[in-house]
Design a protein around this ligand. Structure first.
Ligand SMILES: Nc1nc2c(ncn2[C@@H]2O[C@H](COP(=O)(O)OP(=O)(O)OP(=O)(O)O)[C@@H](O)[C@H]2O)c(=O)[nH]1
Ligand SMILES: [Mg+2]
Length: 308
């Protein structure tokens, strides 16, 4: 059992998903009841409704069937324990390991409109600034004045510096920012970009151009390309991640807005199905509402039965 405050915060963030899963499952087990087909179907539906995905939910229930004989009395705890272990095993332990040995360490943040890029950048800036790193945010979303302003607010909140140049091409701002970061020994550069769909050819080409400009100054950069995925979109988020990463390189995912949804199972589906690991999760709108994604704590927080 984990008792850290980070775990409690995670539990709180996932409360809507947990309520959904636990309420439904615990309702099936009032008193000592034998396990029936109907109950197994209802557990399966519960998993599907949490956006774990149809195929995966069916596989999990098939395993449950193999391990628990029908029509025999079972404890709810043992079923939930089984589910937790089974799901954790399916998620594997893949993650994206980054070191900050490069100075500057360059992070490029990409994703569909409104999925949480700028907010997640604020959280990452806070995360690194707390570690004593010199952070520079780059306003690569030059289309909207409001987008630059939003990043400027995060710069003020977190103490990170900002490079902003209105009316410049995004790759020109990125070029200036990297030159300045190299001269001034900045530790971490985080590039914000405008929202885009994988089908918008010009905008995807613009990402390619940003990458080329980055490489011109630092050939091995960007050291991380992060794709933000909005958890409230459930299974669509999984498809979005697949499609986006087919058009531009993506190293890992930042799964946002998990606090606002009962679809927390989407992290399980993504981690099970995709080659791209989830590295961070967003569980609120404030700068502290970021956690490293860890399958074991995640599943524990999702399934832990609330006391009282
Ligand atoms: N509850 C919650 N809201 C979040 C989270 N992350 C982002 N948001 C909210 O989602 C909305 C969109 O976030 P932005 O960071 O502006 O998204 P974006 O991808 O930069 O948007 P564009 O630049 O327009 O493409 C804002 O209202 C954020 O406060 C999260 O983890 N939890
Ligand atoms: Mg933005």
């Amino acid at each position: 059992m984990i008792f850290s405050s980070a775990f409690n915060r995670l539990k709180q963030g996932l409360s809507r998903s947990r309520t959904q899963l636990n309420n439904r499952i615990s309702k099936l087990f009032t008193g000592s009841v034998p396990l029936t087909d109907i109950m197994l179907d209802q557990i399966e539906e519960t998993l599907i409704s949490a956006d774990i995905g149809v195929d995966l939910s069916m596989e999990i229930i098939a395993d449950l069937r193999k391990n628990f004989p029908l029509n025999q009395v079972v404890e709810m705890e043992s079923v939930i324990d089984f589910l937790k272990h089974n799901i954790i095993a399916r998620m594997g332990s893949r993650t994206f390991h980054q070191t900050l040995e490069n100075k500057p360490h360059v992070i490029l943040v990409v994703g569909v409109n409104g999925t949480g890029k700028t907010t997640s950048i604020g959280k990452l800036a806070h995360h690194y600034h707390k570690q004593g790193k010199k952070v520079l945010l780059v306003a690569g979303d030059t289309f909207r004045a409001a987008a630059i302003q939003q990043l400027a607010i995060w710069s003020e909140r977190t103490g990170a510096e900002i490079m902003r140049k209105e009316a410049l091409d995004p790759s020109a701002v990125v070029y200036d920012a990297l030159q300045s970061a190299i001269q001034r020994e900045i530790d971490v550069v985080i590039i914000d970009t405008a929202g885009r769909l994988h089908t918008q050819k010009n905008l995807m080409e613009e990402l390619g151009k940003i990458r080329r400009i980055v490489k011109k100054l630092i050939p091995e950069a960007p050291h991380e390309t992060v794709l933000t995925i909005d958890a409230t979109t459930g299974q669509n988020g999984l498809i979005q991640a697949q499609q986006f990463s087919m058009v531009t390189p993506v190293d890992h995912l930042f799964l946002t807005k998990l606090d606002g949804t009962a679809k927390g199972g989407i992290a399980i589906a993504i981690q099970h199905k995709l080659d791209i690991p989830v590295k961070y999760i967003g569980i609120g709108e404030q700068m502290d509402d970021i956690q490293n994604f860890d399958p074991v704590s995640y599943v524990n927080a999702l399934f832990e039965v609330d006391e009282n």
